[in-house]
Design a protein around this ligand. Structure first.
Ligand SMILES: [Fe+2]
Ligand SMILES: [Fe+2]
Length: 283
C-alpha cells in the first residue's frame, strides 16, 4: 500500500483546483491519500475536491484546517457547527476522518492511518503553544484572517476541544505501523529548516509571527502516545521532511501560487509526496 500526502491545496486559486482535477485517474487506484487540511472554506468546493480525490484513490483521509472553519458573514452558525458539517460531508463521500487500517491485500502488512483533529495554542493561552519570541512581533494578529473569520461559542478552549476528540484513539492496540496526521504543527523544530536553530530574540523585526498560531505540543504528545512512525502536518506552507527522536515529520503543502512562484515552499512542492510504502522493505 502506497500512502501519499498533501495539504494546503487552497483550491480557491483556480491553478490549484486545476492541479487537483488533473491528477491521474489510473495511477493511484490502489493507493491511500492523506489530505491534511486547508482545501477551502467553501463547502461546495471542498466537496468537489474530496469527491475527485475519492475517485482517484482507494482511500482518502482528511482533517479540516483553519480555512475550512472560516464562517463568512453571510453564513449561519459557528466554526464548531461547520466542523460538524464537514465531518458529515466526509462520511457521505466515504472520506475517513477516524483511524483505519489500510492494506492492499493479505500479503501486505499495511498501516494504520490516524487523523488527529487539532487547533493552535496562542502564547497567551498556555504552555502548549509553539510560540518562539521575535523582536517586535504583533500580538494583535491583525494580519491573521482567523481572527475575523472564525466564530467560537464562548467559552471554549479551541485547541483542547479538537484535541480531546483524539483521546479515545490513543490507547488502542494498533497491529501495524501508525501514520498520523494533523493540519497544525506538533513541535517547534518543524517550523525551521534543520539544522538552523530558532532565533530566540535575534533577527529582523517582524509584524506577523507565525509561531503564535502554528500548533500545539499536545499534538506531539498524542502522536508519541500513538507510537507514530510518520507524522504529516500542513499549515505552514514550508515543506519539511526529517526524523526527530525516531519519528519522521513531513509537511507537503501545495500553498498559494505566488508562494510557489517565489520558491518559498520548498521540496516536492506541487506534487503528492509518497510517505509510506508497505510493499517495500524500507516501509
Ligand atoms: Fe494553508
Ligand atoms: Fe492552515
Amino acid at each position: 500500500m502506497r500512502i501519499f500526502a498533501i495539504s494546503d491545496v487552497h483550491v480557491d486559486y483556480p491553478q490549484n483546483m486545476a492541479l487537483i482535477q488533473g491528477l491521474s485517474g489510473r495511477e493511484y487506484r490502489g493507493d491511500t491519500l492523506l489530505l491534511a487540511g486547508d482545501v477551502s472554506d467553501d463547502l461546495a468546493r471542498l466537496a468537489r475536491v474530496l469527491g475527485t480525490l475519492r475517485e482517484r484513490f482507494a482511500h482518502v483521509f482528511f482533517v479540516p484546517g483553519n480555512h475550512e472553519l472560516w464562517v463568512r458573514r453571510e453564513e449561519q452558525g459557528d466554526s464548531v457547527a461547520k466542523f460538524g458539517q464537514i465531518v458529515r460531508l466526509c462520511a457521505e463521500l466515504d472520506v475517513a476522518t477516524s483511524p483505519a487500517k489500510v492494506t492492499s491485500g493479505p500479503a501486505d502488512p499495511g498501516a494504520w492511518v490516524v487523523p488527529l483533529f487539532s487547533w493552535y495554542v496562542k502564547p497567551e493561552q498556555g504552555g502548549a503553544s509553539l510560540y518562539v519570541p521575535r523582536e517586535r512581533d504583533d500580538p494583535s494578529l491583525s494580519m491573521w484572517a482567523d481572527e475575523v473569520l472564525t466564530r467560537w461559542p464562548e467559552p471554549l478552549s479551541v485547541a483542547d476541544y479538537f484535541l480531546d476528540m483524539n483521546e479515545p484513539h490513543l490507547g488502542r492496540p494498533y497491529d501495524a505501523p501508525v501514520l498520523s496526521f494533523s493540519h497544525f504543527l506538533p513541535r517547534r523544530e518543524v517550523m525551521f529548516r534543520a539544522p538552523a536553530a530558532p532565533p530566540a530574540r535575534a533577527g529582523r523585526a517582524i509584524r506577523f509571527n507565525f509561531s503564535r498560531v502554528a500548533g500545539s505540543t499536545r499534538i506531539e504528545a498524542q502522536l508519541r502516545a500513538l507510537g507514530s512512525a510518520v507524522h504529516v502536518h500542513g499549515h505552514q506552507h514550508r515543506n519539511r521532511d526529517r526524523v526527530i527522536d525516531g519519528v519522521r515529520y513531513v509537511s507537503n503543502c501545495l500553498g498559494y501560487p505566488p508562494e510557489r512562484a517565489r520558491g518559498e515552499i520548498g521540496e516536492s512542492c506541487g506534487s503528492l509526496k509518497l510517505v509510506w510504502d508497505s510493499g517495500s522493505k524500507s516501509g
